[in-house]
Design a protein around this ligand. Structure first.
Ligand code: NDP
Length: 345
């Protein structure tokens, strides 16, 4: 990519898209193309086609998707499979037809088989049954990955797929109904600290092992791979280190200053028992994550407190429950954040 390349970031207000935008701004790419969902619904093929006709982006980061944690995956299966199939189909096809040089598709570590050996190697994809709580999302993401491979084989289109592990960072979704585990825990534990409570309940047994990657590290990997990777094989992007949910809760407690205890609720689903990526192929290309988990949680917590936490706490104190207010947080100002999100090496 050159400084003047036309770069389209689909999903630029989301956790991943906003981090990619920050990285592009920090690297001096000036011709970024973005559209709010209200301006361009990527599920509508004609609208996507008209957009590509008008803008002719050269590089496409496809970070738009319907995403969420276990609860929302289970309760909205039709939305997850339909929206993600449509977004992948429309954007990948339009990018190829309108002559984009390259497209980067965001898959996820959630699309590996539930009982695949650990750590997860790229060749384990499609070797076994999926985790039932997110199979709708996974099927759509696998279809997107296969589209990238098929368009490369049949048309020579340079489309690549990244498989990130669990992400977190500034701009995350802190809505307890729809968020992923780390922001949900951070919010619950901070609320318990503020209220002086003695215990926090963890969903499930607390024993599943998970890996987390700071979202600005992922954004750096996206730019790196856009420039240095061209292969039909998807590639894992993670820290390569995992810990239990209970250990994660204890680390968050240290960062936020919660001194109470944790209890578990085994009646809630655990999901996959262990999920950690083998990142040796990425490491072989010369890339590694830079932000360790404690520093990343600290940066995320600072962002949460400064931009969101006070508002949420005030609402909770007043007894107001507003999903819109809690979920519409994924649009931090990219240039301001590019300065604030400093990165310890
Ligand atoms: P977010 O929910 O934070 O952001 C999704 C973005 O997609 C939002 O900007 C949203 O727009 C946009 N979007 C959704 N539907 C449409 C639509 N119909 N038309 C236009 N835009 C739409 O998700 P993340 O940033 O977390 O995820 C981005 C990608 O990264 C996904 O492909 C996901 O699978 C992948 N990923 C994420 C992980 C994570 O832990 N978060 C882990 C691994 C992979 P709006 O702002 O208007 O809502």
């Amino acid at each position: 990519m050159k400084p003047g390349s036309r770069i389209y970031i689909a999903g630029h207000r989301g956790l991943v898209g906003s981090a990619i935008r920050r990285s592009c701004c920090a690297r001096g790419f000036t011709r970024l193309i973005v559209r709010d969902r209200e301006q361009l619904d990527l599920r509508v093929a004609q609208a996507v086609d008209a957009f590509f006709t008008a803008e002719h982006p050269e590089y496409v980061f496809l970070a738009a998707a319907t995403v969420g944690g276990i609860h929302v995956n289970n309760s909205r299966p039709a939305d997850f499979v339909r929206d993600n199939l449509l977004i992948a189909t429309n954007v990948i096809d339009a990018a190829w037809r309108h002559g984009a040089r390259k497209l980067l598709f965001l898959g996820s570590s959630c699309i590996y088989p539930k009982l695949a050996p650990q750590p997860l190697r790229e060749e384990y994809l499609l070797t076994g049954a999926l985790e039932p709580t997110n199979e709708w999302y996974a099927i759509a993401k696998l279809a997107g990955l296969k589209m990238c491979q098929a368009y490369r084989r049949q048309y020579g289109f340079d489309a690549i797929t990244l498989l990130p592990s669990n992400l977190y960072g500034p701009g995350d979704n802190f809505d307890l109904e729809t968020s992923h585990v780390l922001p949900a825990l951070l919010r619950k534990i901070d609320a318990a600290r503020a209220a002086g409570e003695e215990r926090v309940m963890l969903w499930g047994t607390g024993t599943p092992r998970r890996e987390f990657l700071f979202v600005d590290d992922l954004a750096e990997a996206c730019l790196f791979l856009m420039e240095h990777y061209s292969d039909e094989r998807p590639i894992n992007v993670g820290s390569g280190e995992d810990l239990t949910i209970r250990e994660l809760a204890e680390l968050i407690a240290e960062v936020v200053g919660f001194t109470g205890r944790f209890e578990t609720d085994p009646s809630r689903p655990d999901g996959t028992p262990r999920k950690v990526l083998d990142v040796s192929r990425l490491a072989g290309l010369g890339w590694r994550a830079r932000v360790d988990l404690r520093s990343g949680i600290r940066l995320t917590y600072d962002w949460y407190r400064n931009s969101l936490g006070r508002r949420l706490q005030a609402q909770e104190t007043a007894g107001v429950r507003s999903t819109a207010a809690t979920s519409a947080v994924a649009s931090p100002d990219p240039e301001a954040l590019a300065h604030r999100v400093t990165r310890p090496s």
